[in-house]
Ligand binder design. Structure first.
Ligand code: UDP
Length: 377
């Protein structure tokens, strides 16, 4: 049941557009109940990343924007901005919430600013310091516009203070992914049944995801990653839920043969993904969210990227590698640590929070709605 709070129906506009935003805002939306007005830009438009995924998480039917999915970045932002502006004019919210660093989140932030609606940024202060990532620009811009910055960790808050953000705008809330994992991880018997159906044994497989453009859109990087995963599959089953972008790029680059040794599946629903992640001997991924989830599940991860905005995960849980032989080497090293290595991780707390971030954010929204709005200086 949603918690009791004095927020009127549909007074909090939650602007989102991609799979990770759905995951990380699901608990906040549940707690807000009728006060939440979910607006989906359609940035992710595949059924598996959006429609089915939304139902799976139990998110209420959103207001959908049109003409955004699959368009260039500037068009995504400007088309969403124009539609959000009309929406906020017709039905002014008390606050706008955006999460993370997507084009949808930046459009939501700009639209809130244009209509003088207070903006809450969930997962503020992440920095990869990698200006080649469009997400890095989105993050910085959203943080400049936000009135309440919900930093997941003290390190995220420090990044904001170092950029001159006023300390009174920043709250360390924890990351909402922690409660997403706690609330959506299937129970042990359901997980065992799921693994059995797939012919997998606990601690006896690798779970991999690859979807970032720097890995999928560069045929050499994609070939290098799939070659390493295929080699690993000679020793241990490698499950690869294939993102639609990656599938398209594998086919276009003529790399389909490299998928042969892998257990390729469609993108999984969140609960199914967590069930597999919970018992994987190792995860290999370029995802941002997976870097956080492994710390809650206590599992090791090899991150295939040139940079990360989540250094907190690197201390114990994850190793950063570039596409190529370093991936295979790092994976084998982690697998060699075996049960003792996994037991060590399982005993460590997640650096991303205590599972109460969404509750704290509801509290901040309630306070915000009760305060006359003055644009931050
Ligand atoms: N995920 C999922 N099914 C899959 C692969 C990933 O539910 O088959 C989840 C994963 O647990 C994480 C989110 O999708 O919560 C990550 O989304 P993505 O990798 O698209 O984005 P990023 O986190 O890199 O922004």
């Amino acid at each position: 049941m949603p918690t009791s709070h004095p927020l009127p129906p549909r007074s909090i506009a939650i602007v989102l557009g991609t799979r990770p935003e759905l995951v990380k805002l699901t608990e906040l939306i549940r707690l807000l109940g009728p006060a939440a007005h979910v607006v989906h830009t359609g940035q992710h438009y595949d059924e598996e990343l959006s429609g089915r995924f939304l139902t799976d998480l139990g998110i209420p039917e959103p207001t959908y924007l049109t003409g955004i999915g699959g368009r260039p970045r500037a068009v995504q932002i400007s088309a969403a901005l124009a539609q959000l502006d009309a929406l906020f004019l017709a039905e002014p919210p008390l606050a706008v919430v955006v999460q993370g660093d997507t084009n949808a989140a930046l459009a939501g932030a700009l639209a809130a600013n244009a209509r003088s609606v207070p903006l809450v940024h969930v997962e503020a202060g992440l920095r990869s310091h990698d200006r080649n990532m469009p997400e890095e620009h989105n993050r910085v811009l959203i943080d400049r516009l936000a009135d309440v910055l919900c930093a997941a960790t003290p390190e995220n808050r420090d990044n904001l203070l170092a950029e001159g953000v006023a300390p009174e705008l920043v709250e360390v809330t924890g990351n909402t992914v922690v409660e997403a994992v706690h609330s959506r991880l299937p129970a042990a018997d359901e997980r065992s049944a799921h693994l059995e159906e797939l012919g997998l044994t606990p601690d006896g497989y690798v779970l991999a995801t690859v979807h970032r453009p720097e890995n999928t859109d560069d045929p050499a990087a994609l070939r290098a990653i799939l070659t390493e995963l295929a080699a690993l599959a000679a020793d241990v089953p490698v499950v690869l839920p294939l993102h639609p972008r990656t599938r398209a790029r594998v086919e276009a680059a003529g790399l389909a043969a490299l998928l042969g040794p892998l257990r390729v599946t469609r993108p999984l629903g969140y609960r199914d993904f967590l069930a597999l992640a919970r018992h994987a001997a190792l995860l290999v991924s370029d995802s941002g969210g997976v870097q956080e989830e492994v710390t809650v599940l206590g599992r090791p991860l090899v991150v295939v990227r040139n940079s990360t905005e989540r250094p907190e995960a690197m201390a114990d849980f994850a190793t950063l590698v570039a596409p190529g032989p370093a991936l295979g080497r790092a994976a084998r090293q982690v697998l060699a640590l075996g049960a003792a290595g996994r037991a060590r991780l399982a005993a460590l707390p997640s650096p991303f929070g205590d599972g109460r971030a969404s509750r704290r954010i509801v509290g901040l929204l309630t306070e915000l709605a009760a305060t006359p709005y003055a644009t931050a200086a």
